[in-house]
Write a protein that binds this ligand. Structure first.
Ligand SMILES: NC(=O)C1=CN([C@@H]2O[C@H](COP(=O)(O)OP(=O)(O)OC[C@H]3O[C@@H](n4cnc5c(N)ncnc54)[C@H](O)[C@@H]3O)[C@@H](O)[C@H]2O)C=CC1
Ligand SMILES: CC(=O)C(=O)O
Length: 377
């Protein structure tokens, strides 16, 4: 198979979908890898390193897209890339389609087999999302601390406090991978941390991990309103896999926050959990003020720490990509039901149920969408 890796074009997206080590995994299995020139530079990987690993460096994005059987990316394709879509093309990347209706339309109109990293699921865990959630969760506490500084528009609070002065209050909504990693950093910074989740077992696990260093609360509108009003920093970390994020924090709750308090809505890639985080921001211009509250809603937070993130991401994506390359997409998804859950579109159909529901498509199981192809393997 020919695997193509274009340069990421999203604002300040410096990750790349394959490292030179990843290239070696493909070339030793007999595949050909095309890397767009300079695509690895942001992560510290030179063109020469890819060539030494056996890849071919290609000058233009369009040549990478048009010659590859499978495109590996990090972020969802942007509008300027939709023109490269064609029937039968395999796309393996983050998609977050429930928040990207135009992309869903382009993928289905062009018959792309699009496999989303974030919906590959193993025993109710999301192995291809986890490492980036670890990165974004850890960043969320650090970014919150930064924007709480008066000089950055915030309240002027040091999360640790100092002897004789209260610690800053951090409320984390969603206690999964992002939430746990945000809590680790916030506890490390000395903050007063509350984690809210809907899953009582998850709250028990968090209590076991952190003990008296955190408080836990069941997720309901009453508890959320109270914890949000008290907080200096609120981190949004809820996920319902594949689905548009629920708006758990209403505009009224945000109005009750202190002027200069900070919201970091990590869940913005699925649409965000705050009614007021109504648009995505970029690393170039990461914040805006609404009701005097600082909102940070960057959808590619790990793109700012690309060296760490590229290695962490490709550690987990390459084994799945190799299965697709070695077996072809149909045999790979038949053999691996976890990977099958990643397929969001195929042959013009939306094949992930909650994405279809949230975007108003008729859901078609992937076995039905790829019936003919599956019959011939
Ligand atoms: N902005 C960015 O750059 C990045 C964003 N993310 C996003 O962060 C979000 C969280 O991801 P993970 O932590 O990996 O997900 P996860 O699945 O590990 O955790 C989600 C948590 O939300 C909880 N939850 C569900 N409904 C809830 C409710 N109504 N109230 C409170 N809690 C509820 C679940 O019980 C679970 O513990 C996702 O949207 C993910 O795509 C991840 C990485 C980077
Ligand atoms: C998860 C995701 O969308 C990211 O790492 O950018």
């Amino acid at each position: 198979m020919i695997i193509g890796v274009p340069k990421e074009i999203k604002n300040n997206e410096n990750r790349i979908a394959l490292t030179p080590a990843g290239v070696v995994s493909f070339t030793t299995s007999g595949h050909k890898v095309l890397i767009e020139k300079d695509a690895g530079l942001g992560s510290g990987f030179l063109n020469e390193a890819y060539e030494e690993a056996g890849a071919q460096i290609i000058e233009s994005a369009s040549d990478v897209w048009s010659h590859a059987d499978m495109i590996m990316k990090v972020k969802e394709p942007l509008e300027s890339e939709y023109g490269y879509f064609r029937p039968g093309l395999i796309l393996f990347t983050y998609l977050h389609l429930a928040a990207e209706p135009a992309l869903a339309k382009a993928l289905t109109e062009k018959g792309v087999t699009a496999i989303a990293y974030e919906t590959v699921e193993v025993n109710r865990t999301l192995p291809l999302l986890t490492p980036m959630s670890e990165v974004a969760g850890r960043m969320a506490a650090q970014i919150g601390a930064q924007f709480l500084q008066k000089t950055n528009g915030g309240l002027g609070i040091l999360l640790s406090g100092v002897p004789g002065v209260n610690r800053g209050k951090v409320t984390i909504i969603g206690g999964g991978i992002v939430g746990t990693n945000a809590a680790k950093m916030a506890v490390g910074l000395g903050a007063d941390v509350t984690i809210i989740d809907l899953n009582a077992d998850r709250l028990r696990q968090l209590d076991d991990i952190f003990g008296a260093q955190i408080k836990t609360l069941m997720s309901n509108p009453f508890n959320i309103a109270e914890a949000v009003a008290e907080a200096d920093l609120v981190i949004g970390a809820v996920l319902i896999p594949g689905a548009k994020a629920p708006k758990l924090v209403t505009e009224e709750m945000v109005k009750n926050m202190k002027p200069g308090a900070v919201i970091v809505d990590v869940a913005i890639d699925q649409g965000g959990i705050f009614e007021t985080s109504d648009h995505v921001t970029t690393h170039d211009n990461p914040i805006y003020l609404k009701h005097d509250v600082v909102h940070y809603s960057v959808a590619n937070m790990p793109g700012a720490v690309p060296r760490t993130s590229t290695i962490a991401l490709t550690n987990v994506t390459v084994p799945y990509a190799l299965q697709i390359a070695n077996k072809g997409v149909c045999k790979a998804i038949v053999d691996n039901p976890h990977l099958k859950l990643g397929v969001n579109t195929a042959n013009g159909e939306v094949t992930y149920e909650v994405v279809a529901r949230d975007l108003g498509y008729t859901y078609m199981p992937v076995e039905t969408a790829l019936e003919k192809e599956l019959a011939s393997i």
